[in-house]
Design a binder for this molecule. Structure first.
Ligand SMILES: C[S@@+](CC[C@H](N)C(=O)[O-])C[C@H]1O[C@@H](n2cnc3c(N)ncnc32)[C@H](O)[C@@H]1O
Length: 270
């Protein structure tokens, strides 16, 4: 099912890696993932989230603060019963691993452009196919997936449309306009409004919103490491002033977690 990121032909296993008929070869890393991001498709030496961001996100998520979000994501995916699925922009794999747990029979894949992220993620669920790859050129065939997951990540909608089987869908999870509001109020004099419907305008012809739901809960941030990690794993880590960030890390506070899930289906073939 994997395709060559250079010529799009099918990849087949060769010693310790993959190759296409034109002999473009890709090694399997020691950790078990495939690097299908050729150097000519990179816009920097190490694209995507860096090691510090990946480690902050890993510590925060492993602290269980967002466990209800992952649980609902996996339930929604399992209700769809996909045979083949792909997590696009999987990061360090916290959500991916929970999807895998509720989809034990399915053929699961996950990709991220950050090698630092995939290197760690693949240890969470070695049974999946883990890829360092770009979401703009996903090395999987047309109509190959029943379900795509996109969690707090950017998305290439045309690629999503191409990858989905007719009747399949995209499960998107993203913030509502009140997500982390108390944190944002501490960091900025004027809190920028966030339009949590904007992504719906990007849904391409051939796909339609079939279901949405939100989940919200208060979260007490009672340890300084968790507060520092939450800052480091979001754009607030570099956007806010150093003084405001230090003030946030200094004191316990409660924050609203508020997330929306959208299930966006690709129309069935007639
Ligand atoms: C906010 S993080 C979310 C990670 C993970 N889904 C989670 O919620 O823990 C966004 C991820 O998208 C990845 N990313 C950004 N641009 C990408 C691209 N063009 N192709 C693949 N991944 C990309 C980043 O490396 C990062 O891991």
């Amino acid at each position: 099912m994997l395709t060559c990121p250079i010529c799009q032909a099918q990849l087949s296993p060769v010693d310790n890696g993959l190759a296409c008929p034109a002999n473009h070869r890709f090694d399997r890393a020691r950790q078990g993932y495939y690097n299908l991001l050729p150097v000519q498709h990179k816009n920097s030496r190490d694209p995507g989230d860096n090691q510090a961001m990946v480690e902050a996100r890993r510590r925060f998520l492993d602290g269980g603060h967002y466990a209800p979000l992952a649980k609902r994501l996996a339930e929604l995916a399992a209700e769809r019963g996909p045979l083949t699925w792909l997590d696009i922009g999987c990061g360090e794999g916290y959500y991916t691993a929970q999807l895998a747990e509720l989809l034990p029979e399915a053929d699961g894949h996950a990709l991220d452009i950050s090698r630092e992220a995939v290197k760690r993620a693949c240890k969470r669920a070695p049974q999946l196919t883990w890829l360092v790859a770009s979401m703009a050129r996903v090395p999987l065939g047309d109509a190959s997936c029943d379900l795509l997951a996109s969690v707090f990540s950017p998305l290439d909608w045309q690629e999503a449309l191409r990858l989905l089987k007719p009747g399949g869908g995209l499960l998107r999870m993203g913030p509502t306009r009140v997500h982390l509001m108390e944190l944002r109020q501490k960091l900025y004099d004027e809190v920028r409004d966030y339009d949590d419907q904007k992504h719906l305008e990007l849904i391409p012809a051939g796909m339609r919103l079939a279901h949405s739901e939100t989940i919200s809960f208060p979260l007490l941030l009672a340890d300084a490491q968790a507060r520092a990690d939450l800052l480091a794993m979001t754009p607030h880590g570099w956007r806010a002033s150093a003084e405001r960030r230090a003030a946030v890390i200094a004191e316990d506070f409660e924050v609203t977690v508020s997330i929306r899930y959208d299930w966006i289906e690709k129309g069935s073939a007639r």
